[in-house]
Design a protein around this ligand. Structure first.
Ligand code: FMN
Length: 384
């Protein structure tokens, strides 16, 4: 495992990722939209809650397992969809899927992944979801659905907070755009990370693996595929489209990007079996609430009719326990495992999952809780 042994927290993995990646690539993971207020609040809002331990409880056996969308997973923590992961480490989504399966938890592949639906399924034997959009070409969307069915994905997760792409200024400043602006500064940045650069030039090119061959007139280079995908985003998508997709899939279906009780209720009425309370890690609309701030009202409004999953800002086991005590079924996270991936490929992702798992387990013991379902409002105190 090498220097991953010296990473004891998600923040340590973040520092390691920063050392190993070109600045522009690190910023692509780490950055968010506009002034990044939401990104900061996603993390800091957990501090508005304190944990209240119950002492002298038998905690000799701690069980962190939970049931999420019909699958039992070993911990209340799942891996959020993140696109283009081969940019961060040449093994990309394969490494993430294999590490998630080994840790016995769920990974959601992104629509804009750099490993295809089928190739991910070949290495990820555990529960897996596919993150989908309602794209303009509804035939392509139907094709994705059938590919997921054939590759035995357990659930679809419809992302609804990307009517347009968020304003990520770090990427513009760094020139990390498609097509890339090969300024001297960017080339120097890449060259300063020889391990990363070597793998970039000696392994297959990073591409949008799920749509290769879909734009025959334009070609399969990264820029053409990016333009093709960019043109697929449809600003006219409504709840009717979501309902139609839920009907087409006919199985477990989550809606990701919900931040209000009213939308959560609408998602339940549309037939969603899961609500992912999320602001896309602060990468879309800035100045929106942190998921943990709206979680209680959404849990109340959903009233057990669907599972509620918190996504965004989780960096510690204590964050996960707070979300569970507020009524979430489980948490999801993106950057924590991406920092692990950049820090050391599959072992790095495994390290991120192990850090969070051991924190959750230790913190449950310190809180006086044996099983996840025993967590409740009595374990929380709100700080003004
Ligand atoms: C580099 C990166 C790429 C992402 N790509 C996607 C994506 O393709 N689809 C999606 O629904 N969410 C995407 N997200 C958002 C994550 O699924 C998740 O909502 C977010 O990372 C949660 O915040 P956290 O990073 O604080 O855990 C991405 C996030 C990051 C950091």
């Amino acid at each position: 495992m090498g220097d991953l042994d010296r990473c004891f927290s998600i923040d340590d993995l973040r520092r390691r990722a920063r050392q190993r990646l070109p600045r522009a690539v690190f910023d692509y993971i780490d950055g968010a939209a506009d002034d990044e207020q939401t990104l900061g609040r996603n993390v800091s809002s957990f501090d508005r809650w304190q944990l209240v331990p119950e002492v002298l409880r038998d905690v000799s056996e701690i069980n962190t397992a939970v049931d999420v969308q019909g699958a039992r997973i070993s911990m209340p923590f799942l891996l959020s969809p993140t696109g283009m992961s081969r940019l961060f480490h040449h093994e990309g989504e394969r490494a993430v899927g294999a590490a998630a399966a080994a840790a016995d938890t769920t990974y959601s592949l992104s629509s804009v992944s750099s490993v295809s639906i089928e190739d991910l399924a070949a290495v990820c034997s555990g529960p897996k979801w596919f993150q989908i959009y309602v794209w303009k070409d509804r035939g392509l969307v139907r094709e994705f659905i059938e590919r997921c069915r054939a590759a035995e994905y357990q659930a679809l997760c419809l992302t609804v907070d990307v009517a347009v792409t968020g304003n990520r200024e770090r990427d513009y400043r760094n020139g990390l755009t498609i097509p890339m602006e090969f300024r001297p500064g960017l080339l120097f940045d890449f060259a300063s990370c020889p391990y990363w650069w070597w793998h970039k030039i000696t392994t297959p090119k990073v591409t949008f693996a799920n749509v290769v061959g879909k734009a025959p007139a334009a070609g399969d280079d990264l820029t053409s595929l990016f333009d093709y995908i960019h043109a697929q985003f449809d600003r006219s998508v409504t709840w009717d489209d979501a309902e139609e997709m839920i009907h087409q899939w006919g199985g477990k279906f989550l809606i990701k990007g919900i931040l209000s009780a009213a939308d959560a209720v609408r998602a339940v009425e549309a037939g969603a079996t899961g609500i992912v309370v999320s602001n896309h890690g602060g990468r879309q609309l800035d100045s929106v609430p942190a998921p943990v701030d709206v979680l209680p009202e959404i849990v109340d409004a959903v009233a057990g009719r669907a599972e509620v999953i918190l996504d965004g800002g989780v960096r510690r086991g204590t964050d996960v326990l707070k979300a569970l005590a507020l009524g979430a079924t489980a948490c999801m996270a993106g950057r924590p495992y991406l920092f692990g991936l950049a820090a050391g490929g599959q072992p790095g992702v495994a390290r991120a999952l192990e850090i969070l798992r051991s924190e959750i387990e230790r913190d449950m013991a310190l809180l006086g809780v044996q099983r996840v379902r025993d967590l409740g409002a009595r374990h929380l105190r709100q700080v003004d």
